[in-house]
Design a protein around this ligand. Structure first.
Ligand code: GLU
Length: 502
């Protein structure tokens, strides 16, 4: 199958951990660029580090990308013209490249032991030289002597001296590196000179793959910036045309530190479990290093594609702010279609409370009751988990415990009279619908204003406290409709007992 000649980008994660905010950002920008350019996104699994790679992380990758709705055009699971797409299945290609580099004198085996390397580094530092590889094994006599001792080689690229290695980064200015700072770097490890069972190291594998897969643009994290001049040397040595490179800005924590594994749980699995919506995560992540425009939190993935522009990306570090992500999610949740949210919430409620509705004793059908609950919770909650938590007041077996605000409201001097009067007047008819219940609440407020000069909250807070154990929450008309007359009255009676004997 021939490869197309349009834009080809890749997302090339190593399956050594779960997908997280940082890795997904790289995936997203490659996705947006590919879609905007009408190009192709290639998924490549970089599992050359066999010790740290694990199948469950590759599964997590498929699961999270699918959940987020980021689809790729070629990859290990769907194939394509440039496969295989898993580095562990491409060893023969790396070995061929390696043999070519050795044959043309661009690479050589190095037999220095770790102790010797450490010693060479110490000497260099003491003499005020950069701690790069000394080049000792460039000498064939030394190599031959050490090989005879039975040592296994690592292969190094012979780095030319005094070269300026420069490229125009797609996101930054021109980046130039003096080749003398690099030292001959390692590209392959092997048992012996046959290269059998050997292993390509990152820079060699990536270069062979990006070339072999026809990649035109490499968009990756800033942490790879120092690898790029090394890869340019490999492109040159192998006679390949390099792609264009763009390095995405660092992501910092709100405290200004580099975001590392130790910074809380930023895995996509965690956010999915917490009930974040995929589009909230994507639109938020799009703001890390790019400015999609005003009201990014309202955009859809399609709008992000339309607006995407590499020239508007920033090289400055961006800050991951979990609170802002939460606000993005709240907004997406509030504007999401109620039926969609209902279907996401239903299984979560069953898992938590063993049921998704409690319409018995109300005037509503189960489905109507459930949609009323979802609509009310959708207004208040920032995540699906919060919807589940908010639903406790209607679905949990026992009535909610009294919060401090509720206790205070029930201890107010007028609370007992207000609740006793509410108990008398709240029958099934007035609580039949949210509208009739709201009208009744207004009537109660007016009654107490005229009767005793009470303010609205002096009437509503004790009632709220009695019904849901809190003075905040959804509107009272919805609360009473969801609870139904029997549960409303039972809870008010319990509150009156509490007032008598707190
Ligand atoms: N596998 C590398 C990583 O996960 C990415 C390599 C690249 O994009 O060049 O960091």
């Amino acid at each position: 199958m021939p490869m197309d000649d349009g834009v080809r980008v890749r997302y090339a994660p190593s399956p050594t951990g779960q997908q997280h905010i940082g890795s997904i950002r790289t995936a997203l920008f490659n996705y947006l660029f590919a879609r905007k350019q009408g190009g192709r996104l290639i998924l490549r699994i970089e599992d050359t580090d066999r010790a740290r790679s694990a199948p469950e992380f590759e599964q997590d990758l498929y699961r999270q990308l699918a959940w987020l709705g980021l689809a790729w055009d070629e990859g290990p699971d769907i194939g394509g013209p440039a496969g295989p797409y898993r580095q562990s299945e491409r060893s023969a290609l790396y070995r061929d490249a390696m043999q070519r580099l050795i044959a043309q004198g661009s690479a050589y085996p190095c037999y220095c032991s770790p102790e010797e390397l450490a010693e060479q580094r110490r000497t260099a530092l003491a003499e005020g030289r950069p701690p790069r590889y000394s080049g000792l094994c460039r000498a064939p006599e030394r190599r031959e002597a050490l090989r005879r001792q039975g040592r296994s080689p690592v292969y190094r690229l012979r780095v030319p001296e005094g070269r300026e290695l420069a490229f125009d980064d797609l996101i930054r200015r021109r980046i130039a590196t003096d080749s003398d700072t690099l030292g001959d770097f390692t590209i392959y490890t092997a048992q012996d000179e046959t290269l059998e069972g050997g292993r390509a190291l990152y820079n060699l594998a990536v270069t062979v793959d990006d070339h072999g897969m026809g990649i035109t643009h490499v968009l990756r994290g800033e942490e790879h910036l120092s690898n790029t001049p090394r890869q340019m040397l490999l492109y040159e040595a192998l006679g390949y045309e390099p792609p264009q490179f763009g390095h995405l800005s660092l992501i910092l924590t709100p405290e200004g530190n580099k975001m590392s594994k130790r910074y809380g749980d930023t895995s996509i699995a965690h956010y999915a479990a917490e009930g974040y919506l995929p589009e909230a995560i994507l639109t938020y992540v799009a703001t890390l290093g790019w400015a999609p425009g005003r009201n990014a939190e309202r955009m859809t993935l399609d709008e992000l594609i339309q607006r995407f522009d590499l020239r508007r990306m920033s090289a400055n570090p961006s800050v991951f702010d979990p609170q802002r992500l939460l606000r993005f999610n709240k907004r997406k949740l509030q504007h999401a279609d109620r039926d969609t949210i209902a279907e996401l919430v239903r299984p979560r409620l069953v898992a938590e409370y063993g049921r998704w509705e409690a319409s018995e004793g109300t005037a509503h059908t189960p489905e109507w009751w459930f949609m009323l609950l979802v609509g009310a919770a959708q207004e208040e909650a920032a995540t699906l988990s919060e919807i589940v938590a908010l639903s406790a007041m209607f679905l949990a077996e026992s009535p909610p415990a009294l919060g401090e605000d509720a206790q205070e409201a029930l201890q107010a001097p007028e609370a007992e009279a207000v609740l006793a009067h509410a108990l008398e007047t709240m029958d099934a008819d007035v609580l039949a619908t949210p509208e009739s219940a709201n009208a009744h609440m207004t009537a109660l407020r007016h009654h107490w204003r005229d009767e005793a000069g009470l303010r609205g909250r002096q009437v509503m807070f004790p009632i709220r406290a009695a019904l849901i154990g809190s003075t905040t929450g959804p509107c009272l008309g919805i609360i009473t409709s969801l609870l139904g007359p029997e549960r409303c009255r039972a809870r008010i009676r319990e509150a009156l007992t509490w007032i008598a004997e707190p």
